[in-house]
Design a protein around this ligand. Structure first.
Ligand code: PLP
Length: 398
C-alpha cells in the first residue's frame, strides 16, 4: 500500500469498494471524487519542503510522483485486485515497460508466452536484448514448453491470458509454480480477463499489469495503465523507476478511470452475456470455419478457462472461409459494429489482426501462432445482442 493509500480497509464486498473504495473527501464534502488537476503542491514554509524531500513526512510533492486523484484510482483498483500495492501509469504500455525495466538488468533471463499484445512482444523481442537480457518465447498453451524453458534459472516470466487475438490461455498456477522454482517472478497481462474475471495473484502470479484503456475505462475515452503486486516491489523499485522516468497518469484521466471502475463489474457481466451469445451464434453461421471463445465447449482449453476464470470474457475471434478477401468483405459490410483495433469499449469493435495489430509479425510466425488471414477479432460491446447478431448475419451473408 502506498503512503498515500491511507483510507482504511472497509470490509465491504468488491462491488461496494468499486463504487466507494479509496475515496477521501476534501473539506468541501463533494459526492463524486475530487479532481486534483494540479502538477505541484505548496509548502507553508521552507522547513516543510525540506522535510518533504527528506521523506520525513508523507505528503504530495509533485504529480509525477503522486497525486491525490491518481492515488484514489490506485487504491480502488488495488482493493479489487486484492494486491498489496498499485501504481497507475499513462498507458498500458507504460505500465508494462516500467514493470519490466524497473527490475531487469544485463545478464537476466526473461521467458514469455509467444502470443502477446504486439507492443509487449516488441519490448521483449526487440528492446530487452539490446540491454543484454536473454529472452525466450514459448507456446503458452503447452505446459511442457514452460517446463523446459523454466528448467533453467530465470528472472521474469511474462504472459498474457487470454492472449490477443487467439484467446489462447496459459495455466497461471502451473506456470507460477515452475517460475518460482526457477527463481523468477511472474507478470500477468490481465487485460482480456479484466480484474473482475481472473485473479492472477490468487493463482500464484506476483505482478499484474493492465491497460486501463480497455474495460476499466470501457467507454473509449482515455488511455491508462496500472501495475499491481507486493508492496516491496511496487512501492520500492517500481515507484522509484516511475518517479524518475515519468510515465505518470494524468489526474484527469485517473478521474475518468475512477468513474469507469464504479460500473466495471456491471459492464463486464453484460459484455460476457453478449459475448457468449454471439460466440454460439457465430459457430452456427455458414462460412465461419472456426470460433475461438473460451466459453464454448469446443474451445481446446475450455476446462482451463472454467478453472481459472469466473467467466470466459468479452472477446471472441472467428475465422471466415476465404482468407483476407472474405474477412475484409465481412468487415466492410458491418453497419453497427465498427472497425477498430481498440477493444473493451461499450461499442462493439472488430479488427483484422493479420493486417492491423499483428501486421508487424512475419507471415510464417502469424500462421504458427494461429493468426490466419481469415481471422477477425471481435470486442463484444454493450449493444442489444439481437442487433449485434442481425448485423453479423447480414455481413456474413454477403
Ligand atoms: C491494449 C493492450 C495493451 C497496451 O495498452 P495501452 O493502454 O494501449 O498502452 C497491453 N496489453 C494488452 C493485452 C492490451 O490489450
Amino acid at each position: 500500500m502506498s503512503e498515500h493509500d491511507d483510507a482504511p480497509d472497509t470490509g465491504f464486498r468488491a462491488q461496494t469498494d468499486l463504487v466507494r473504495g479509496g475515496q477521501a473527501r476534501s473539506p468541501h464534502n463533494e459526492t463524486a471524487e475530487a479532481l486534483y488537476l494540479t502538477s505541484g503542491f505548496v509548502y507553508t514554509d521552507a522547513d516543510e519542503a525540506e522535510a518533504a524531500f527528506q521523506g520525513d513526512r508523507p505528503r504530495y510533492v509533485y504529480s509525477r510522483y503522486a497525486n491525490p486523484t491518481v492515488a484514489t484510482f490506485e487504491a480502488r483498483l488495488r482493493r479489487l485486485e486484492g494486491a498489496e500495492a498499485c501504481r497507475a501509469a499513462a498507458s498500458g504500455m507504460a505500465a508494462v515497460f516500467a514493470a519490466m525495466m524497473s527490475q531487469l538488468k544485463a545478464g537476466d533471463r526473461v521467458v514469455a508466452s509467444r502470443v502477446l499484445f504486439g507492443s509487449c512482444q516488441y519490448i521483449i523481442a526487440e528492446i530487452l536484448p539490446r540491454f543484454g537480457v536473454e529472452v525466450e518465447f514459448v507456446d503458452g498453451a503447452e505446459p511442457a514448453r514452460w517446463e523446459r524453458a523454466l528448467s533453467r534459472p530465470a528472472t521474469l516470466v511474462f504472459l498474457e491470458t487470454p492472449a490477443n487475438p487467439t484467446l489462447e490461455l496459459v495455466d497461471i498456477a502451473h506456470v507460477s509454480q515452475l517460475a518460482h522454482a526457477a527463481g523468477a517472478r511472474v507478470i500477468v497481462d490481465n487485460v482480456f480477463a479484466t480484474p473482475v474475471l481472473q485473479r492472477p495473484l490468487e493463482l500464484g502470479a506476483d505482478i499484474v499489469v493492465y491497460s486501463a484503456t480497455k474495460h476499466i475505462d470501457g467507454q473509449g475515452r482515455t488511455l491508462g495503465g496500472a501495475v499491481l503486486g507486493p508492496s516491496d516491489f511496487v512501492d520500492g523499485p517500481l515507484f522509484t523507476f516511475m518517479k524518475h522516468t515519468g510515465p505518470a497518469l494524468s489526474p484527469f484521466n485517473a478521474w475518468i478511470l475512477l468513474k469507469g471502475l464504479e460500473t466495471l463489474q456491471l459492464r463486464v457481466e453484460r459484455h460476457c452475456d453478449n459475448a457468449q451469445a454471439i460466440a454460439a451464434f457465430l459457430a452456427e453461421q455458414p462460412g465461419v470455419t472456426k470460433v475461438l471463445y473460451p466459453g464454448l465447449a469446443a474451445f481446446p482449453q475450455h476446462e482451463l478457462a472454467r478453472r481459472q476464470m469466473a467467466r470466459p470474457g468479452p472477446l471472441i475471434a472467428f475465422e471466415v472461409d476465404g482468407g483476407k478477401e472474405r474477412a475484409f468483405k465481412v468487415l466492410n459490410a458491418l453497419h453497427l459494429v465498427d472497425i477498430s483495433n481498440n477493444l473493451g469499449d461499450a461499442k462493439s469493435l472488430a479488427t483484422h489482426p493479420a493486417t492491423t495489430t499483428h501486421q508487424r509479425v512475419p507471415a510464417e510466425e502469424r500462421a504458427r501462432i494461429g493468426i490466419g488471414d481469415g481471422l477477425i477479432r471481435l470486442s463484444v460491446g454493450l449493444e442489444d445482442v439481437e442487433d449485434l447478431k442481425a448485423d453479423l448475419a447480414q455481413a456474413l451473408g454477403r
